[in-house]
Design a binder for this molecule. Structure first.
Ligand code: PEP
Length: 252
């Protein structure tokens, strides 16, 4: 059965001290909860990954990276490889976040390369995608989302695909305070699951967790997570506050 997942994308926030503090607070808050069916993941910035891994040991907090380079190693100044992430204990990497696509020109083709590299190094992937406002206004959201998934992921075989967590993040809802309605989220998640079923069959489609991301807050998490095809959330702003993050985790 697929797991529920709440993942916090800290983006370019939290220095070393703040990372230690937030991991500690999250650890403490989830300690007494019954989280048997929910995974909790945090994604600090690269320089604080090792500390976050260390500070989350023997707890239910898992640590993900926000990005990685597609090459194994070499002359790529300023970049971070899959092997480097693994060497500090990271097991999961976020790929394809809309900010990476928009500000760092990450295309579907490049993301397909990153996906292959991550899987070759046995990293689990949280793969993000989502339509822009103009796509939704013109009724093209399913076509856009379908092609993002197909172009970056559909070269994978079934076994490899099972190592991918999907995160549907409509660009118009990220950091804007505007959330997709629970019905909009469910409709898109159902479309995504059907797209997976058409390609890989029902067994794979039913086993892949599909997260929703875009202004999820304590006040709206419960309703969004109650939808049958929504398996959790990728959380930005609200993940920076332990109390809010815990309230979202508890929405399951
Ligand atoms: C995100 O950046 O992945 C995100 C969902 O951000 P926010 O929750 O702030 O909209």
């Amino acid at each position: 059965m697929r797991k529920n997942i709440v993942a916090g994308n800290w983006k370019m926030n939290n220095d070393l001290k703040a990372t230690r503090k937030l991991v500690k607070q999250i650890r403490k808050s989830i300690k007494k909860s019954n989280l048997n069916t929910t995974r909790v993941i945090v994604a600090p910035t690269f320089v604080n990954l090792a500390t976050a891994v260390k500070r989350s040991k023997k707890s239910k907090v898992e640590v993900a990276a926000q990005n990685m380079h597609q090459a194994n190693s070499g002359a790529f100044t300023g970049e971070i490889s899959a092997e480097m992430l693994k060497s500090v204990g990271v097991k999961t990497v976020i790929l394809g976040h809309s900010e990476r696509r928009a500000y760092f020109n990450e295309t579907d083709a490049l993301l397909a390369e990153k996906v292959n590299t991550a899987l070759a190094h046995k990293l689990e992937i949280i793969f993000c995608f989502g339509e822009e406002l103009a796509d939704r206004k013109s009724g093209n959201e399913e076509a856009v989302v379908g092609s993002q998934i197909k172009n970056a992921l559909f070269h994978l075989g079934s076994d490899a695909f099972k190592k991918v967590i999907l995160a549907y993040e409509p660009v118009w809802a990220i950091g804007t305070g505007e959330t997709a309605s629970p019905e909009q989220a469910q409709d898109m998640h159902a479309f995504i699951r059907k797209t997976l079923a058409d390609k890989y069959g029902n067994e794979v489609a039913d086993s892949v967790s599909i997260l929703y991301g875009g202004s999820v807050k304590p006040g709206n998490a419960k309703e969004i997570f109650s939808k049958p095809d929504v398996d959790g959330g990728l959380i930005g702003g609200a993940a920076l506050n332990a109390k809010d993050f815990y309230a979202i985790i508890s929405a399951f």
